[in-house]
Design a protein around this ligand. Structure first.
Ligand SMILES: C[S@@+](CC[C@H](N)C(=O)[O-])C[C@H]1O[C@@H](n2cnc3c(N)ncnc32)[C@H](O)[C@@H]1O
Length: 182
């Protein structure tokens, strides 16, 4: 009986620590975007506007469970898809669930620290502060690259186009901002 009580005490402490840690990162770390997956019904609009071609190299920075990549990879079998994910839990889901797609690679990395110069298309669903912190990296490394950002624009770069997903107004994943890096 004592062992069971001890076990539950440890689990409770771990959960509380996890919640406090996540809140701390969310509130105080400007370069952090939490794992909030894009709702499935928002993805078809992105697929429509991504305009992916044969040979494209598509990155999802902070790919979460790779839900966007799996839909794109199924439709565009002759393009290459790379998901970058830092957090262990979504990384494991992304890695396992995309095993059946030969054109998806999932890497457990910090997207601030990896080269992305080979990208022809970049997809993001992050946070406003993270977008702004990434802009210098994008301006340095991306050439002839299209970037599609769900919901969050850069504060210091004009978008080329913005699509509002009418059925999703007021919900997560209701806008797609499109940028071009020359
Ligand atoms: C809002 S979620 C979006 C997940 C996925 N792209 C989607 O649309 O469902 C943001 C993801 O970015 C990841 N992330 C945040 N900062 C990161 C970093 N510096 N490097 C890699 N991944 C990061 C988080 O762990 C989280 O899974």
């Amino acid at each position: 009986m004592q062992y069971i009580t001890f076990f539950f005490l440890i689990i409770t402490l771990l959960v509380i620590t996890g919640v406090i840690y996540s809140l701390w990162r969310l509130l105080f770390k400007k370069n952090h975007a939490p794992f909030i997956p894009i709702p499935h019904d928002a993805i078809p609009s992105l697929v429509e506007h991504a305009d992916i071609n044969k040979g494209d190299v598509v990155y999802d920075l902070g790919c979460g469970d790779a839900r966007i990549l799996k839909i794109l990879a199924k439709k565009y079998s002759d393009a290459q898809f790379i998901g970058i994910e830092k957090a262990l839990f979504p990384y494991i889901i992304a890695k396992i669930s995309s095993l059946r797609f030969p054109n998806i690679t999932i890497r457990r990395k910090n997207f601030f620290k990896i080269p992305i110069a080979n990208a022809t298309v970049v997809i993001t669903y992050l946070f406003p502060s993270v977008m702004d912190l990434l802009l210098p990296k994008f301006e340095k490394e991306l050439h002839n690259t299209k970037l599609l950002s769900f919901d969050f624009p850069f504060s210091k770069k004009e978008y080329e186009t913005m699509y509002v997903i009418k059925e999703r107004q007021g919900k997560l994943g209701s806008k797609i901002f499109i940028y071009r890096f020359e």
